[in-house]
Design a binder for this molecule. Structure first.
Ligand code: ACO
Length: 402
């Protein structure tokens, strides 16, 4: 704690907490994490129970409205989301304005931000009904946006949503169907996709969620705020970690090279880190990683690639690292991204789609946190302070005298 009265002579006290490691930015009733126990609860329900017994849209309802829905409420909610899966037809031209080799995350930041230019009737944050419509629109359209960003990047025609499919199956359809061929969504693959969405739905005040809250604290419209969240998620220390983890596992290539990479991760003179290991909050196993590991086994078994070399490297790396003193002492365990990349790769997604898929899933978390914040009468514009360490007052020097 720094007493700035001593520094600046102002009547105020603030904390200096780089990275906000011990500063709560808000009160929230949505998600609870016990990092030491490795526990994650949404509205009180453990994530492993939700991943096992529930499905993504039901978890969306829980996060948004605070309770599990009745059968009737769920049907109504699913119907509302399904109704909004189409994108405004003119938005196609927006996609076509990007270079073909644009990263799908770049396209998503642009397209989601541009939604505020297409859906004027849901940008007034003072109107609860408009907030509700914006929420449903974002959850419903995000898979279409991610799938179209992917289709555009590989030069294939856009595939329209199929409203007879569930959320995850429809996403797979939009990504993998080609007009000239029949595409059947495998229900086990769709279930694995749904689980990936469920496990990434919310994670309290992480960097992208805090970005959404900070952006919306100024009163900005929800589409602009969610675009800010997507931009933040793109970073390799956050949503980009699943891509980085799979690339690392491929680079390791075979189990006999694991010790070399472990040594590099421990070497303070080498910037290399074991991607998919460590977490700001979990100082124990990430509970989502356990479910993800089981899902990876199921999907690879189904696809007949249970001997996948990347999965073998992943399993052995995990076994070796969790027994290593360095990782034990620093409490570094596999996080959710360690196994999700293997599943997405097996399903057929290129690594560039891993973070967009995370963004599709996290949209509901961002929106739930945004709705909670807007509805709070105590809401204030976010305005962090700083500890100024620059030059003291000095007079301007004319350029010819410098
Ligand atoms: N490999 C090797 N060493 C590590 C790793 C790692 N993956 N992660 C942390 N460390 C070490 C650091 O070097 C540091 O050592 P020091 O105390 O000797 O300086 C110590 O552990 C603490 O690390 P910090 O970076 O200070 O911890 P922080 O809580 O800020 O970082 C983070 C958490 C960013 C996730 C970090 O563990 C990391 O970079 N992991 C790899 C990237 C990754 O998997 N990110 C996904 C996060 S989960 C998500 O976004 C869904």
């Amino acid at each position: 704690v720094v007493d700035i009265r001593k520094l600046y002579g102002q009547a105020d006290i603030f904390t200096y907490d780089p990275g906000f490691t011990s500063t709560a930015s808000c009160e929230s009733t949505i998600t609870f994490i016990d990092g030491d126990k490795g526990e994650l609860l949404h509205r009180g329900y453990p994530i492993d129970q939700l991943a096992e017994k529930s499905h993504f849209l039901e978890v969306c309802y829980l996060l948004l409205y605070g309770e599990l829905p009745s059968a009737e409420q769920l049907e109504d909610f699913e119907g509302r989301v399904t109704k909004h899966t189409m994108l405004h037809e003119q938005m196609q031209y927006f996609f076509r304005g990007f270079r073909r080799d644009a990263h799908p995350m770049a396209t998503m930041v642009g397209v989601v931000g541009a939604m505020s230019a297409f859906y004027h009737d849901s940008t007034d944050i003072a109107d609860p009904w408009q907030r509700e419509v914006a929420s449903i629109r974002l959850i419903a359209k995000m898979p279409t946006i991610a799938a179209w960003a992917y289709k555009y990047s590989i030069g294939q025609p856009f595939v329209y949503p199929r409203n007879d499919l569930d959320y995850a199956a429809n996403f797979l359809h939009m990504c993998f169907a080609v007009p000239a061929e029949t595409y059947e969504v495998n229900p086990i693959v769709a279930r694995a996709m749904d689980r990936i969405f469920t496990l990434h739905a919310d994670h309290e005040q992480n960097a992208s969620t805090s970005t959404v809250r900070l952006a919306s604290s100024s009163g900005a419209n929800p589409f602009a705020c969610i675009a800010a969240g997507i931009a933040c998620l793109w970073g390799p220390a956050h949503g980009g970690a699943n891509q980085a983890a799979l690339e690392m596992l491929r680079e390791i290539g075979s189990p006999n090279r694991i010790p070399e990479f472990i040594e590099r991760a421990k070497d303070k003179n080498d910037p290399f880190r074991l991607m998919g290991f460590g977490h700001r909050v979990y100082k124990n196993f990430d509970p989502r990683a356990k479910v993800m590991k089981q899902s990876a086994d199921e999907v690879l078994d189904l696809l007949g690639i249970e001997n996948n070399p990347t999965l073998q490297v992943a399993k052995q790396l995990e076994e070796i690292a969790v027994k290593d003193d360095y990782f034990i002492e620093k409490k570094l365990y596999p996080n959710v991204d360690f196994y999700s990349g293997i599943i997405l790769d097996a399903i057929g997604f290129p690594t560039s789609m891993f973070t967009p898929i995370f963004a599709v899933a996290r949209t509901v978390g961002w929106i739930s946190q945004w709705k909670e914040m807007i509805a709070d009468p105590a809401m204030k514009i976010g305005r962090p302070r700083q500890l100024y360490v620059g030059a003291t007052r000095r007079d301007y020097v004319d350029v010819e005298d410098r």
